[in-house]
Structures are given as structure tokens and as C-alpha cells.
Design a protein around this ligand. Structure first.
Ligand SMILES: Nc1nc2c(ncn2[C@@H]2O[C@H](COP(=O)(O)OP(=O)(O)OP(=O)(O)O)[C@@H](O)[C@H]2O)c(=O)[nH]1
Length: 836
């Protein structure tokens, strides 16, 4: 059975509206309840009854007039704060400013800052004024004479029984008070006509009531019910832990404790804390209540969780890193040195490597030039050495630089007869920049003009003096052709490797460098890689920029199928999504999915970056506009290039970039590895490009397609030829230059009148005069007429040409003004190929 508010008010001898206000404060009715005829449910009715009964009990024994001994130290009371408390406090502060000066009666205002709550002594007598009032909250108000006093309330408030707050040991509790009701002006029986709209003004000089005092949930400014906090409960041994986040709302907290909210409310009331279901309670209070019910509280503040997660992730990463570093040190084992051979073109790099491998690679090379990086491993003195065969031609500069970067030792080959050449110096620079250990192999020691001393002299000049000249550079004279000095060279390489203490952890995930990549028909993209760390195994997933591979198969430099490749091993890997760039790093990842994802991300990034560059707004000036127009009118040779391997694409590109012309520009539409395909032809047809194949062949059926589309295909095996041909093609695009060739001259000796005009009687002095040939008449230095030889007569007969030393009659166009001494020059215009 519910009760109407006004009935309840009547029961307690209160004004109905005061009761309504009280109920609102308690949160027992909603804040927007206006009617006192509204009903209150049984539970709340009981709660309010209990409250009143408690109040009555507390007040009953109170002596009539006992001064509360003011306690000096205001005591902290566990508080229940809510938004409405804050609002109300603000209003109180405002009102305090605006309020008429209130002179608190001496006894009240006298005590210093303690009025609120007196000594923890439970029996702290209530204020003198407060005659035992039957009505607890509202009825008791400020001491009589205080006009518009607000906060005497605590002072005079009916004091509850001390109700020592369980668990809040740190805060010696003041006698809990029922503040809000007291502070309300609606004093039913207050003797004083205190009618200040807000009776919350503090007595001047009197301290504020402790914040612990219950807020008024019924405040109209009360916000909507805070969102429910989800508390989780875990058990750690015997202890049950409630995990929650502030604010700790009574209702939710009660749920977490497994009790009815009103039970918790009444428990709180026993602690002197008055909170409605939707209000928040302080953390210490919640902890105490929790403890009372056998729970431990773990309150996570905002941001703490994320911070904790971050911190623990960092810690974990750190631990992992340390463990990895330790494992790394423990697992470090000697690895073979990676050696590259650098030097000037034709100084014998490939021959040297052949001598080492005892295989004639040089003989098989087109034009005798190494055109891509190969990597090989040999065994000497039962130890392995990995060699990179880097090319020497200038076109391969970039590759060489890369070759030097992956290596531990660089062997600079210098032909004993040639000595240091420009590319030797360039190679030296690369090796020095890469910080690799340098050795010099003086090759061609068998040649007649071999001059080892000169080479050593040159080494000294370059601050790389040989050891026997007091320097530090290991220098070995060799003859790749005869095979002499090779063992010494290998011994020295191993010695250097020992000095360098080359070690790697073979037990970790594999990572390394792509040496070379290409697309092979039937095998798809494949790449020669050098494993630098870890061991690469068949089935591993690796990623390299926008390409990834699930290693399908691996082959060593002999073409043998191998299952795993430890550090410093060069292997060809099959299973790539695309051909990775030479020089790029690859690394092994957890699985194919991760590899694919990483590759996709890399590709996305590349696209984004390219897009940004392309999309960057360009400044347009009139000059640049004209320049652009001129540029579009300039002739352009478009090329689609296909090569056997990636190293070659770079070489070709490099060579082509070096062809400079202000008249014809070169546009490389695409450079790819693989056979010349029909797609290339279609692309070339659309772009108006020529297809260039370097060291590659044509797919079946490409030729007729190319013919049909009028696409020109050129294939080369030697880079110089390719460059020359492209240069020719560019020149062919230019309009020919016109060159004038003087074919003959004749001197005018006489003039003869004709029926119409005159004819010049001439002697041909040089070359020949040709009928209809181009001619000009020169008088002294001045050109008087220019036109064609319209009439050429030998005596009375027409002649086609008249040679030097012979007389003839010449008529130039319709010219008639010949004078003796004039010279008639005959010439022809010759078209010559324009130069770039
Ligand atoms: N007499 C003599 N000739 C040699 C020796 N080493 C190389 N040659 C010759 O020198 C020429 C160039 O040798 P390569 O090994 O192709 O030289 P490379 O430096 O690899 O040349 P590129 O690949 O073009 O950079 C070949 O004709 C070799 O036979 C040597 O020790 N003695």
C-alpha cells in the first residue's frame, strides 16, 4: 500500500510541500514531482519512517540546552557528493554574497571553525535551542533569533546518535548530522521567522558544514540518473573483488554487493551518510561498506586502465626485447663472410670469380660484360665464403653500391697493366662509404705490362697503402687467367673474416637482403636473397616492401633444392607475389596472412606517397605555361622496356637517363622484368611507344600482334648497342637539317636580248650548272636574284647540265637585269639527319 505525500506529511506534522521537498531530497520521488497527492511506495515510506524514528530517538535524550562544545578540528566525514550538491553549494555561496548581513547570535557564531560537528563524542549535546523536536529534519532549524540563517543548521541540528562510522577509522567522525533538512528554510516549527529562500547560508564566521553532509538529491538541478556503472566481481582466493569505476552510484553498488538499494541506503544512513539511489558515494565509504560485506574493492579511475595496459605492454615488450637480446648473444655463431668484387670494367672481376668457382661464367656472358648481380658460395679450407658478383660497367653503379652495402669485405680488382681507372676509384668510394673492409686484388699479373709497383703507388696516393708499404690494406697479386694467387686471396679473405668476428644468430626469424629478382616463365617471380640473420626455411612467410612470399622452394647457387638457408647463404626463393626490388630488405613474419597484410600496407603507403607527389599543386607562371606548351610540342620517344632481371632494368634505365637531348625527350612508359608480351604490344600501341627488350625474348605470337598494331620491337643483348640504337631512334624523330651544297658557278660574260627579256652568256667556272637547278645571282657580294635555272642552252640547243670550262646561255626565272661580271651560283639542298 502506498501513501500519499500529504498524508505522510500530516502524519509527521509537517507541511505537505516540505515533505515533498524532503522526499525529493532523498530521491524517493522524482525531481519533477509537483503534486503532494502523489504517492510514495511502501519501501520509501518505511525508510522515511525509520529516519524520523531515528531522529526522534536521537533527540529525545537531549538535554534542553546544552552548548555543544565546539571542537577545534572539523572532522572529515565521508561524504556523498553529487551534482546537485555542487549546484547547491554554488547557490549557497551566491546567496551568501547576496544575503543581508547576518549577525549570528553570539553563542552560535562564537565558536571558531568547528560548529558543524562537534567532538566525536557521541553524546555531544545538541544545540541549546533545539528543543526536542518531533520533526527531525525540517523542523529543526537555526537558533531562533537568527534571521535568514542558513547553516546554523549543523550546529543546531538534531543530533543523531553518534553512529560511529564503521570502517572510517581515519576520520574521527563528528556526530553525524542531518544537514540538508536542517538547512532548509521550511522549518515547520522553527520559532524564528527565518524565511530566507535558501537557508543554506553559512553563518558568518561559522565554518561551512563538512562536505560530508548529504546533498539534496531533490534539487531541481539534479542531473539525470548517472549511467549505470557495470561492476564486475572476481574471486582471488577467498577474497571477492568488486571491480568498478567511479562514480560509485548507490544503486549499482548495491547490486554489486548483492543487496537491495534501500538496504544500502539505510546502512549508509547508519554511517551518517544520506544518499539516494542515484547518488554517488565516496570511495572510502564504498570501500568500508564493501569490507563490511566481505568484498574488496578495486576502483579503476578513468585512463588508469589504458595506462596500465600501455604500461604492461611496454613492460612486456621490454622483457621480450631483453630476452631476445640475451638469446641473440647466446645464439650468436660464426657465419661466412659476404664478399663482393668491385673494379673497373674488364679488369677481370668475373674471371676472378670464375677462377674461384672454377666455372667459366665469363665465357657465357653477352658482350663479355656482367649484367647482373649473382651470388655464390664457395668452400675453402672447409669454410664457406659468399661472393657477390657485382658488375663493373658504369651503367651498374647503383647495383654496385648495393652490392657493397650487403657485404663484409670488398675486394677491389685492379688490373696490373691498367692500374687505377675512374671506375676503380668510384668502386673504392662505394666500399669506403659502405664501411666494409677493403682488400685489393692486383689482377692480370701474367700480362706483359703488369706493373704492381705502380698500382701500390696509386693505392698509397689514395690513402689505402698496401701492408708491405706500411699501410693496412691487404693486397694480393693474382692472375685470374692463370689461376695464380687465388688461394692466397681466399686465405686472406678468411683471415679478414676472423678479424671481423662475423657472427649471426641462426635461431631467430630470418631477415636479409634481396640481391636480385626476376620473373621466370613457369616459376613466376623469384629472387636471389642473402640471409643475414636467422634461418630461412621452405614454408616460411616473408615480406619485402609491397611483395611477400610463402617460400615454396629454395635453390642454392648450383641450382640445388635446399630446405633451409642459415646466415650469409645466398638462395633463390620461389613463391613471391611479385618481384621484389634488389637491395630491399626482407624479413620473416608469423604467417602468410601477416606477410600479405604487411605487403598490402606497404603498397598502400607507396601509392599514397606517389599520389601525394602527383597531386601536389604546381605553381603555374606564364613562363612555365609556355614551357609546358613547348614541352608538349617537343618530340618524345616513348619506350616500353622489358628485361631479364631487375638489375638489368636499372642498368638500362641508367644508360637511357644519360642520353641527353634538348630536341627529343625520352619517356620510359614502363620497365618490367619478363618476356615481351602481347600486353606490352597493346600498351605500346596505345602509348605510341617502341618496345625494347634487353636480354629477354618475345612470348609466342607477339610478332604478328606487333605487326598488326604497327609496334616496333627492338631486342638487345649488349647495353651499349641498346643505348646507341635508342639514340638513333631519337634522332630519327627530328626533322632533318637542311644543308646547302654548291654544285657549280658560272660567270656572266655577255648578255643577249631575246624576244622576251635577256639571256646571260656565261662561262661555267666550277662544278656544273643544271637545268631547273636552284641558283642565285650574285653581284659582287650582293645577291640580286634567287630562283631556278629556267633556261640552259649550249649554243642554240637546250642542255640539261653544263660542266666547268664550257660556255652556255643561262636564264634565271623571269630575271632580265644581268650585268657582265655577275656570278651565277648553282646549289642543291641536302637533307641531313638532325643531331640530338
Ligand atoms: N691476361 C689476363 N687476362 C685476364 C685476366 N683476368 C681477366 N682477363 C681478361 O680480361 C677481360 C675482362 O675480364 P672480365 O672478367 O670479363 O672482366 P670484368 O671486370 O668482369 O668485366 P665486366 O664484367 O665487363 O665489368 C677478359 O678478356 C679476360 O679474359 C688475367 O688475369 N690475365
Amino acid at each position: 500500500m502506498s501513501i500519499r505525500i500529504h498524508e505522510l506529511a500530516k502524519r509527521h506534522n509537517m507541511e505537505a510541500k516540505d515533505m515533498l521537498a524532503l522526499l525529493k531530497e532523498r530521491g524517493f520521488v522524482s525531481a519533477d514531482t509537483k503534486s503532494v497527492s502523489s504517492t510514495l511506495n511502501k519501501i520509501y515510506e518505511e525508510e522515511i519512517e525509520k529516519e524520523f524514528a531515528a531522529k526522534a530517538a536521537a533527540e529525545a535524550p537531549a538535554p534542553a540546552a546544552v552548548e555543544v562544545a565546539p571542537e577545534p578540528a572539523p572532522l572529515k566525514v565521508p561524504s556523498v557528493k553529487s551534482a546537485e550538491d555542487v549546484v547547491r553549494e554554488k547557490e549557497e555561496a551566491k546567496a551568501a554574497l547576496a544575503a543581508p548581513v547576518i549577525s549570528a547570535p553570539a553563542p552560535v557564531s562564537a565558536p571558531k571553525p568547528t560548529p558543524v560537528v562537534s567532538a566525536p563524542a557521541p553524546v555531544s549535546a545538541p544545540r541549546p535551542i533545539s528543543a526536542p523536536q518531533p520533526l527531525p529534519p525540517r523542523s529543526v532549524s537555526a537558533p531562533a533569533p537568527v534571521p535568514a540563517i542558513s547553516r546554523p543548521a549543523p550546529v543546531s541540528a538534531p543530533v543523531r546518535p553518534p553512529a560511529p562510522v564503521p570502517g572510517i577509522a581515519s576520520a574521527p567522525r563528528p556526530a553525524p548530522v542531518l544537514p540538508p533538512p536542517v538547512s532548509r528554510p521550511a522549518a515547520v516549527s522553527a520559532p524564528a521567522p527565518v524565511s530566507a529562500p535558501r537557508a543554506t547560508l553559512p553563518i558568518p564566521g561559522a565554518p561551512k558544514p563538512p562536505p560530508a553532509i548529504v546533498s539534496a538529491p531533490g534539487n531541481p538541478a539534479m542531473p539525470a540518473t548517472p549511467p549505470a556503472q557495470t561492476a564486475t566481481i572476481t574471486t582471488e582466493g577467498d577474497i571477492k573483488v568488486i571491480h568498478l569505476k567511479p562514480p560509485i552510484i548507490v544503486r549499482d553498488f548495491a547490486t554489486a554487493l548483492g543487496m537491495k538499494p534501500f538496504k544500502l541506503i539505510s546502512e549508509l544512513m547508519e554511517m551518517g551518510i544520506f544518499a539516494s539511489m542515484n547518488q554517488a558515494i565516496d570511495e572510502p565509504v564504498a570501500i568500508k561498506v564493501g569490507e563490511k560485506h566481505g568484498f574488496q574493492l578495486e576502483i579503476k579511475h578513468r585512463g588508469e586502465a589504458a595506462q596500465q595496459i600501455q604500461q604492461s605492454a611496454k613492460e612486456k615488450a621490454k622483457v621480450k626485447e631483453q630476452a631476445a637480446a640475451e638469446a641473440e648473444v647466446q645464439n650468436l655463431a660464426m657465419r661466412p663472410p659476404v664478399v663482393c668484387i668491385l673494379g673497373h670494367v674488364d679488369h677481370g672481376k668475373t674471371s676472378l670469380l670464375d677462377a674461384i668457382r672454377k666455372a667459366d661464367v665469363a665465357a657465357g656472358e653477352a658482350g663479355g660484360i656482367t649484367q647482373h648481380i649473382g651470388a655464390y658460395q664457395i668452400e675453402h679450407s672447409e669454410r664457406k665464403i659468399t661472393f657477390l658478383d657485382t658488375p663493373g660497367h658504369a651503367a651498374f653503379t647503383k647495383m654496385r653500391a648495393r652490392g657493397a652495402d650487403v657485404t663484409d669485405i670488398a675486394v677491389l680488382v685492379v688490373a696490373a697493366d691498367d692500374g687505377f681507372m675512374p671506375q676503380t676509384d668510384e668502386a673504392l668510394k662505394h666500399a669506403q662509404n659502405a664501411g666494409v673492409t677493403l682488400m685489393v686484388a692486383i689482377n692480370k699479373m701474367d700480362v706483359k705490362g703488369a706493373n704492381i709497383e705502380r698500382v701500390k703507388q696509386q693505392m698509397q696516393e689514395r690513402n689505402i697503402a698496401p701492408e708491405d708499404w706500411g699501410g693496412e690494406t691487404v693486397t694480393v697479386p693474382v692472375s685470374a687467367l692463370k689461376g695464380t694467387g687465388i688461394t692466397d686471396l681466399l686465405d686472406m679473405i678468411l683471415l679478414q673474416a676472423d678479424v671481423l668476428e662475423l657472427k649471426a644468430n641462426a635461431k631467430t626469424e630470418a631477415s636479409g637482403i634481396i640481391i636480385e629478382s626476376q620473373i621466370e616463365v613457369g616459376r613466376g617471380p623469384l629472387a636471389t636473397v642473402i640471409v643475414q640473420r636467422g634461418t630461412l626455411r621452405v614454408g616460411d612467410s616473408i615480406v619485402c616492401g609491397p611483395n611477400w612470399a610463402k617460400v615454396r622452394a629454395m635453390f642454392d647457387d648450383q641450382g640445388k633444392n635446399i630446405k633451409e638457408a642459415p646466415p650469409s647463404t645466398p638462395v633463390r626463393v620461389i613463391g613471391w607475389s611479385g618481384a621484389p626490388d634488389s637491395g630491399a630488405e626482407f624479413k620473416s613474419v608469423k604467417n602468410a596472412r601477416e606477410a600479405e597484410n604487411l605487403a598490402e600496407e606497404a603498397e598502400h603507403l607507396i601509392r599514397k606517397n606517389t599520389g601525394t607527389t602527383d597531386a601536389a599543386p604546381k605553381e603555374v607562371s606564364v613562363e612555365s605555361l609556355f614551357a609546358n606548351i613547348a614541352a608538349t610540342q617537343a618530340k618524345t620517344l616513348k619506350l616500353i622496356i622489358k628485361t631479364d632481371v631487375f638489375g638489368s632494368t636499372e642498368a638500362v634505365r641508367n644508360v637511357l637517363e644519360n642520353i641527353k637531348s634538348s630536341k627529343v625527350s625520352l619517356e620510359i612508359v614502363s620497365v618490367e622484368v619478363g618476356l615481351v608480351s602481347k600486353t606490352d604490344i597493346l600498351l605500346a600501341s596505345a602509348a605510341g611507344a617502341v618496345v625494347i627488350g634487353f636480354n629477354t625474348k618475345l612470348e609466342n605470337g607477339v610478332t604478328p600482334v606487333a605487326k598488326h598494331h604497327g609496334v616496333r620491337i627492338e631486342t638487345y643483348g649488349i647495353i651499349y648497342e641498346l643505348a646507341d640504337k635508342v639514340r638513333d631512334m631519337m634522332a630519327d624523330m627530328l626533322d632533318p637539317d637542311l644543308k646547302e651544297n654548291k654544285t657549280g658557278a658560272a660567270e656572266v660574260r655577255a648578255t643577249f636580248p631575246l624576244a622576251k627579256g635577256f639571256v646571260a652568256g656565261c662561262l661555267v667556272t666550277e662544278g656544273k650548272i643544271t637545268r631547273n637547278g636552284s641558283a642565285r645571282l650574285r653581284r659582287k657580294k650582293e645577291i640580286v636574284f634567287e630562283g631556278k635555272v629556267s633556261t640552259l642552252k649550249r649554243f642554240k640547243d637546250d642542255a640539261n647540265e653544263v660542266r666547268a670550262g664550257i660556255e652556255c646561255g643561262i636564264k634565271l626565272g623571269d630575271f632580265n637585269g644581268y650585268e657582265i661580271g655577275d656570278v651565277i651560283e648553282c646549289y642543291e639542298i641536302q637533307k641531313v639527319r638532325a643531331s640530338l
